[in-house]
Design a protein around this ligand. Sequence first.
Ligand SMILES: [Ca+2]
Ligand SMILES: [Ca+2]
Ligand SMILES: [Ca+2]
Ligand SMILES: [Ca+2]
Length: 410
Amino acid sequence: MNKLTLLSLLICTSVSTQVLGESVIVYDESSLQDAFQQASYNPEIDEIVFKKYSHISLSAPAIYRGEQSITLVGKGSTIDGSNAGSFVLDSNLTAATEDATLIFDTAGEVKIKNLKVINSATRGIVINVPADASGDDVSVNLDRVTISHSALYGLHVDDNADAFDDGRSGSALGIELKLTRCTFEYNGTGAIDFDGVRVDERSHGDIYAFISNTTIDNNGGDGIELDEAGDGNVEVYMNRVSLNDNGFYNEEDLDDGFDIDEADDGNIEAILTNLVVNNNKDEGLDFDEAGDGNIEAKFKRVSAFNNNDEAIKLDEEDAGDIEAKLKRVDVDASGDDGIQFTELGEGKIETVLKSVSATNNKKYGIKIEQWLVEDEEEHAEDAGSMTLKRVDITGNGKGDEIKTNNIERN
Ligand SMILES: [Ca+2]
Ligand SMILES: [Ca+2]
Ligand SMILES: [Ca+2]
Ligand SMILES: [Ca+2]
C-alpha cells in the first residue's frame, strides 16, 4: 500500500468513527443517569461529555451495561458519591456491596478523562468484567482522574467471579490498566482491607499496568494491589509515582504501599522508576510470586523511607528465578529489613545493586536468600549471584553486612 492510500484510509477511519459515535451531554444527576442508561442500550453512544466543571451529587450508583467502548470526558467535573449506595458489614467486619459511585459492567474499553469522584459511600469507580466475556483484554484508561475519600476501594477492576474475590474463577480475558496524571487518596477509610487501586484478575489473562505521574497516598488498605491468579503474568511499569502513607486502617493487619500477588503459572515483571514510597504501615513494595514463573524487577531512582515492615520485599516460590536490578535505590528506617529477596523452590537469584543505600533499618539493611527448601542445612542448588557497586549499608540493627543464603558475590 502506498503512503497516500494509507493516509486516506486513516483519515476515512477517523472521520467515520466521529460520524458513527454519538455523544451525550451531562450536567446534573438526572442527565448523568440518563446518559448511562442510554449508552447501555444504544451501542452508538460511545462518549459521555460533562459540561465544564459540573458538580453532581448522585443518590444512587450510575451503571453502564453496554458492550461498546465508552469514554467519559469530565472537563474538570466532580461527582460526589456520598449518597450513592451502601455496604453491610458481616460479623468479621468484612464489607459486602455491589455498589460504587460509577459502575461499568462491561468488557468494552473504559476511558475517563479529567474527572473527580469524591466521597463515595462505597467504592469510587468499579469495572466488573463479565465472567463470560471474550475477545480483547479489558482496557481501563484514566487520565487526570482523581478518586478520593471512598469508604471502600477507590478504583476496582474486578475480573473475579466471586463476590468476596476468593477463588480462581474469572473471565478468560486479561486486564490492561493505564493511569496517567491521576490521584487516589484517602480511600479505604470505611472498612477493613480496601485499597486506593485494586485489580483482581482470575483464570486466563495477564494484568498489564502502566502508571505514570500519579499520586497514590493515604489510602486505608494498600495504596495499590494487583492480584492475579490462574494462568498469566503481572507486568507493571511505573514512572513518577508516589506511594506514601498507605495501609493504616486495620491496626491488626496493616497494609502496603504497593502489593502484587501473583499465583499459578506466570511471572511478575516490574519496571519502576522515580518512585517515592514512604511511611507505609506494612511493606513499601511487597511482591509475591507463587507457582511456575519468575520475578523480574528493575527499579531505578526509588526512595523508600520509614516503612513499618520491609521497604522492598520480593518473594518468589516454586519453580522460577528472581532477577533484580536496582540502581539509585535508597531505603532508610524500615521497621524490618530494608531490602529483602527470598527465593524458594527450584530456581536462582541473580541481582545487581548499583548506587544502593540501605541505612538505619531495624534488622538487616539487605537480605538476599536463595533456598530449595527454606532453612535447609546444606545448599541443594548452585549458588545465586550478586553484583554490588557503590552499595552503602550503615546503621542497621543487625549489622552492616549483607545477609545471604547460597549467594555468591561476583
Ligand atoms: Ca481473566
Ligand atoms: Ca499467574
Ligand atoms: Ca515461581
Ligand atoms: Ca531455589
